[in-house]
Design a protein around this ligand. Structure first.
Ligand SMILES: Cc1cc2nc3c(=O)[nH]c(=O)nc-3n(C[C@H](O)[C@H](O)[C@H](O)COP(=O)(O)OP(=O)(O)OC[C@H]3O[C@@H](n4cnc5c(N)ncnc54)[C@H](O)[C@@H]3O)c2cc1C
Length: 375
């Protein structure tokens, strides 16, 4: 049987960020990833936005880790040459009754430490984005975009440079918790055992299912899992926008069907919110009319014929339809009683933005030093 210091389950952005953090502290670290490639699920099926931290309840993990993670992520992208752009975002109200929501964002953002929001008049918005209709808008200069693929590659490169490794097509089928955790892995048709003092469950959409296979873990600690699918449509032809454009958030738990520009200048709209019972990334054209109606509120000249079904991602939620969005859930020894174990649940947006900060919190929960410098 092989022994390592730390096993991380899941090679998405969270698993790789955590593993990089552990390896940088001198721990022999292995990431076990079920798929053939890292980042095959949510980490490659998102909006690739570096969020500023405007929406999340003050004091929540989402607020704290988004703001701290955003600062770390910009610095990391610069240092490691990860493609990104601080392109800024407009949040637009399309009727007077949405202005109160914008005022609420300013207040929430301020309490989260985001103090760079600026009010824009419709005339100022028209000068920046002539195709956009609004009655008032907020400008967030610290919102940006990045290549999630390049981020994953950079994290993996750092992990390997510190002596860590990623094993693909390696599915964790169960674990026996103890003073050292014994993990059973299925790889290329063969079962093997791997033992470690530290174990991190970063299995994303499968985190609850994986946790249920941990012999010794009290099942009452495992939160419910809800899947909220988000679909994107791309816009064919010339891009009418240069910035990210968001309507005010919807009551369905999404941020509204917004405009994301990618680093190549392409435009996509989405994601919407559809509650589903099993992982399903299929995309079809049936939601085109609903997308067109939502988009025309702020982009009245949309030619719906230019919309093409794009791709879908699935939010790992621990709160269900109609419930307020739950916070990120990080369970360490203080929550479940097992030394050396962290389970991560409900790491939906802004998980990409917060990934480096989440990794620091996992390290802290496991007592892994040295602590990184935070600023
Ligand atoms: C539609 C959508 C849009 C989003 N937009 C943004 C955004 O613009 N900005 C932002 O900051 N965040 C965004 N997010 C959130 C962000 O994408 C996620 O928080 C982040 O990608 C989660 O990463 P993860 O590593 O937890 O999960 P994943 O990337 O899903 O990784 C989990 C990994 O675990 C592996 N795994 C599962 N079970 C096992 C097992 N038994 N053994 C081994 N491996 C296993 C899976 O194969 C998978 O690769 C968005 C999310 C969605 C769904």
């Amino acid at each position: 049987m092989e022994h390592v210091d730390c096993i991380v389950i899941g090679g998405g952005v969270i698993g790789l960020a955590v593993a990089r953090r552990m390896a940088s502290a001198g721990l022999e670290t292995v990431v076990l990833e079920r798929e053939a490639m890292p980042g095959s699920h949510t980490s490659s099926r998102n909006s690739e936005v570096i969020h500023a931290g405007l929406y999340y309840p003050p004091g929540s993990r989402k607020a704290r880790l988004c703001v701290r993670g955003r600062q770390q992520l910009y610095r990391y992208c610069e240092e490691r040459g990860v493609a990104h752009r601080r392109c800024g975002k407009l949040i637009v109200a399309t009727s007077e009754d949405e202005h109160a929501t914008l005022r609420g964002y300013v207040a929430t953002a301020g309490r989260n430490g985001v103090t760079d929001l600026a009010w824009l008049t419709p005339r100022e918005v028209a000068a920046m984005e002539p195709a956009v209709h609004c009655t008032a808008a907020l400008w967030s200069p610290s919102t940006g975009i990045l290549s999630s693929h390049e981020l994953l590659q950079a994290l993996l490169g750092d992990l390997e440079a510190s002596g860590g490794s990623l094993a693909c097509r390696a599915e964790v089928v169960s674990a026996q918790l103890g003073s050292r955790h014994l993990v059973i892995v299925q790889q290329d048709g063969a079962r093997s055992e791997l033992e470690s003092r530290l174990l991190v469950n970063a299995a994303g959409l499968d985190a609850q299912r994986v946790a249920r296979t941990f012999a010794g873990l009290d099942a009452v600690t495992i939160p419910p899992q809800h899947l909220a699918k988000g679909l994107y449509f791309t816009l064919q032809g010339r891009a009418p926008f240069g910035h990210l454009i968001y309507p005010v958030a919807r009551s369905d738990g999404g941020l509204g069907i917004h405009v994301t520009v990618d680093l190549g200048g392409g435009v996509r709209f989405g994601p919407d919110v559809e509650w589903i019972s099993a992982i399903d990334y299929s995309v079809d054209d049936s939601r085109r009319a609903a997308f067109a109606a939502a988009i025309r509120r702020y982009y009245p000249d949309l030619d719906a014929g230019r919309l093409q079904p794009g791709y879908a991602g699935i939010r790992a939620r621990i709160s269900g339809p109609g419930e307020p969005a739950a916070d990120f859930c990080l369970q360490g020894p203080d929550q479940h009683g097992w030394q050396g174990l962290v389970n991560l649940y409900g790491i939906e947006s802004p998980g990409l933005t917060a990934s480096l900060a989440i990794a620091d919190d996992v390290a802290e929960a496991l007592g892994v030093v040295p602590a990184p410098t935070r600023n």
